[in-house]
Design a protein around this ligand. Sequence first.
Ligand code: KIV
Length: 276
Amino acid sequence: MNTKSDSSPQSRARTTVRSLREKKQAGEKIVCLTAYDASFARILDQAAVDVVLVGDSLGMVVQGHETTLPVTVEEMLYHSQLVGRGMSQSLMIVDMPFLSYTSIELALENAGLFMKEAGAQMVKLEGGADQAETVSALVQQGIPVCAHLGLQPQKVHKLGGYRVQGREERAAEIMLEEARILEEAGADLMVLECVPERLAQIITKALSIPVIGIGAGAACDGQILVLYDILGLSMGKVPRFSHDFLGQAGSIEGAVRAYVEAVRSGRFPAKEHVFS
Ligand code: KIV
């Protein structure tokens, strides 16, 4: 039995793939945040954040790179191990970094490392139909997968910048089709990043797996933001879809709890955080 957080003020059942699906079915919003070390992970865990993502965004917000591309498997493993030590009840997802899943064999090897050596309960990878076989191979080995559509930061150079995706009719149709293919391949969760609110709503309705939005509007089954953005620590401009919760809350714990409450109650995201 894991007793790491028995003294936590917020003792609750551990989040699982199954409980996330139940939340979608019950219409309860799923709250997700990124974390990169044990101290922040503990704060998120105690604030009843459902899902903690060790995002490759650490390349930007922790390491100071301009993109997520330089992040390595070793660095993701190190940060995942730190985060894992801070958590007992939230579900931990680890991002597969750039070029760490270019073949099924490589994806299995690297995802296996995150599961075995950091205690990840799910891995996340960016991509559409081209990743369906990889998703299927991971799932067959018992590795839950979170897919990631819309803006895929690992493709930033190909996309020509960090831009809203799926605005044109054909692009929207393709995204919906790819979401269905990834669900069919066995993905258990889907992140939609920087997608018009209406398209995100259609995809969320079309899938039976939970859809988590970031810059994708309030109709998604849940929300995720980069932890440093909600604490006003963004390097450069705060993304339009994010919000600094620290200013009003006055403490890090307070800011995380304010975010949790805002997502659960449907107050976040508001109109000004959404793309059309
Ligand atoms: O790397 C990351 O933090 C992410 C989230 C922004 C979804 O992928």
